[in-house]
Design a protein around this ligand. Structure first.
Ligand code: ATP
Length: 150
């Protein structure tokens, strides 16, 4: 008889960090799994953290950049399996919009293969997961509607 899988829950937090370059908006994506996927920077929320604090920390660690939180963008959820389907993980990821303060993409940590600035439309095309493309599209709309204040 096959055992039913163990269900686990995970919660991560991450962000869209942006800057203006002339009239263009640029954002940062990270490359993971040996360059096979381009994603938004994110990671598990620590016990002593709330989602915004985790987003600031994960963006700093994975992109090498410091940002300030402008607003919450939204959340996504997906399932994945571990240990040959014995564990099924239901994961929720909170995303925040961050305005770039300082730092260099060269200072990303070893969790990612590369950290790189992209024009925002190219980033939407490059992201590997549809749910993260939607988050980036929403970030683009939020930046456009608040443009004058940046
Ligand atoms: P974290 O960055 O939160 O520490 P992780 O690197 O341990 O997470 P995930 O990025 O959640 O793990 O990846 C776990 C599995 O889920 C991988 O198989 C990955 O391909 C898949 N995955 C990651 N993001 C998504 C998504 N937005 N939609 C569907 N599947 C995803």
């Amino acid at each position: 008889m096959t055992r039913p899988p163990t269900i686990k829950k995970q919660t991560s937090s991450g962000g869209v960090i942006f800057r203006k370059s002339g009239d263009a908006i640029e954002v940062v994506l990270v490359s993971v799994r040996g360059g096979r996927a381009w994603c938004l920077p994110k990671g598990l929320i620590d016990k002593d953290e709330d989602p915004p604090a985790a987003a600031l920390r994960e963006v700093r660690e994975e992109t090498g950049l410091r940002g300030e939180i402008i607003d919450r963008i939204g959340q996504i959820s997906y399932w994945y399996s571990l240990k040959e389907e014995l564990i099924k993980v239901y994961k929720t990821v909170h995303f925040f919009l961050l305005k770039f303060i300082d730092g260099s993409t060269d200072d990303h940590d070893h969790e990612v293969d590369e950290s790189r600035w992209f024009p925002i439309d190219e980033a939407i095309g490059t992201l590997s997961y549809r749910s993260e493309k939607k988050i980036m599209q929403k970030a683009k709309e939020m930046i456009a509607s608040a443009q004058k204040s940046f």
